[in-house]
Design a protein around this ligand. Structure first.
Ligand code: SF4
Length: 97
């Protein structure tokens, strides 16, 4: 590979890598991120479950959930980079104001 070709390859690689980064100011969409597993150590620590057994308390009506109402999997402020189930629950649940 010539020096110029190598330089172009490196420049294109840098542009491609930058394009993969989440752009600041854009909220993560639930379908962009992996689903939170009940086996995740942080999830276990906060007693997260995909299906709430606590009357009237679900991720869908928690103050910390993000994303769009009606979506099955939604981002949560407590588990950055993961989506929680709208029917789920964890011990940090707080009512919406
Ligand atoms: Fe669900 Fe807990 Fe996140 Fe609230 S804080 S949305 S209950 S995982």
């Amino acid at each position: 590979m010539s020096k110029i070709a190598r330089r172009q390859f490196i420049q294109l690689s840098a542009v491609a890598a930058a394009g993969c980064l989440v752009r600041p100011g854009q909220e993560a969409r639930a379908d962009d991120v992996p689903h939170l597993s009940e086996d995740d150590p942080t999830a276990q620590g906060l007693k997260y479950v995909n299906k709430s057994t606590t009357d009237g308390q679900t991720c869908a009506n928690c103050a910390l959930v993000q994303g769009a109402d009606g979506d099955e999997w939604r981002p949560c402020q407590i588990f950055p980079g993961k989506a929680v189930n709208a029917a789920g629950w964890c011990s940090v649940w707080a009512p919406k104001a």
